[in-house]
Design a protein around this ligand. Structure first.
Ligand code: CP
Ligand code: NVA
Length: 302
């Protein structure tokens, strides 16, 4: 049976193992030891949206694993001209060993996963961004030595892919999650209810006042995700007041870390002095996309 990773739910039983594998393969590779566990394997990467980190980290990751990655933009492949997702999935499955897909919609992601006979990994869709959240949990583990019991506070767009995957991921990891978002931009209730099943404290609020008190981790994401561009002006107005600045960081624990999946828009969701400040781990986080995804690919190919 092939195994996909299109939601954080897909790693509910082995999230910690994947994070541990990511950390150990990172150390091994940095000591110049070979990690060529996928020699001769090929990853097909379908992109329906732009990317810097996802594209480069998957491609470099596959090289380090001894395999090869192929970049497929939907502007160039027949899927973009109307070939069905079913046929695309069945054809690609005859050539490649793994498919990574950055999709406009979760529906398209589900359709690809349904028909592909090789593992499908989400490189983000409109509902979730699991590879990023596994990476973020790996980065927190490196900096804090644990996940269980930590207080995680996310500010900004609570209804996007990052907020949804954080709810599930922090829930699975046994963290206390707080989402601070304007009423109109709060998470889909499905993700809140799922997170609650993992018996951690889950809070959703629109009140920014003292919202970061006692936080171990503070995170945010762009207020205008890919696909939301038409609402940009309106969103920038409606998110006013949700910027993470030094005042927000001062409320948190002195050793709190700041996370952002990037790309960041300074002066909006976070100030540049916080994002490039001493509590920020955003560039470790960007690097860890490489190591977390190496662990994910090795796990799915088992
Ligand atoms: N964080 C992230 O997924 O970045 P890219 O859009 O550059 O891939
Ligand atoms: N929420 C953002 C994440 C980018 C990596 C988006 O979907 O554009």
């Amino acid at each position: 049976m092939k195994r996909d990773l299109i939601s954080m739910r897909d790693v509910k039983d082995d999230l910690c193992d994947i994070i541990g594998l990511g950390i150990s393969l990172k150390q091994k590779s940095k000591k110049k030891k070979s990690i060529e566990f996928l020699k001769g394997k090929t990853l097909g990467m379908i992109f329906e949206k732009s990317s810097t980190r996802t594209r480069v980290s998957f491609e470099v990751g596959m090289t380090l694993l001894g395999g090869h990655a192929i970049f497929l933009s939907t502007n160039d492949i027949q899927l973009g001209r109307g070939e069905s997702m079913e046929d695309t999935a069945l054809v690609l499955s005859r050539y490649v060993d793994l498919i990574m897909y950055r999709a406009k919609s979760n529906q398209a992601m589900q359709e690809l996963a349904k028909h592909a006979t090789v593992p499908v990994i989400s490189g983000l869709d409109d509902k979730e961004h699991p590879c990023q959240v596994i990476t973020d949990l790996m980065t927190i583990t490196e900096h804090k030595g644990k996940l269980k019991g930590l207080n995680f506070v996310y500010f900004g767009d609570g209804n996007n892919n990052m907020a949804h995957s954080y709810l599930l991921g922090c829930g699975i990891a046994g963290m206390n999650v707080k989402i601070v978002a304007p009423k109109k931009y709060q998470p889909d209730s499905y993700y809140v209810e799922e997170a609650k099943k993992f018996c951690v404290s889950v809070e959703v609020t629109d009140s920014v006042e003292n919202a970061a008190v006692d936080a171990d981790v503070i995170a945010t994401d762009t207020w205008v995700s890919m696909g939301d561009e038409a609402q940009k002006e309106q969103r920038l107005k409606e998110f006013k007041g949700y910027t993470i600045d030094q005042k927000t960081m001062k409320q948190a624990k002195p050793d709190a870390v700041f996370l952002h999946c990037l790309p960041a828009y300074y002066g909006y969701e976070v100030t540049k002095d916080v994002a490039h400040g001493k509590q920020s781990v955003i560039f470790d986080e960007a690097e860890n996309r490489l190591w977390a995804q190496i662990a994910i690919m090795v796990t799915l190919c088992k």
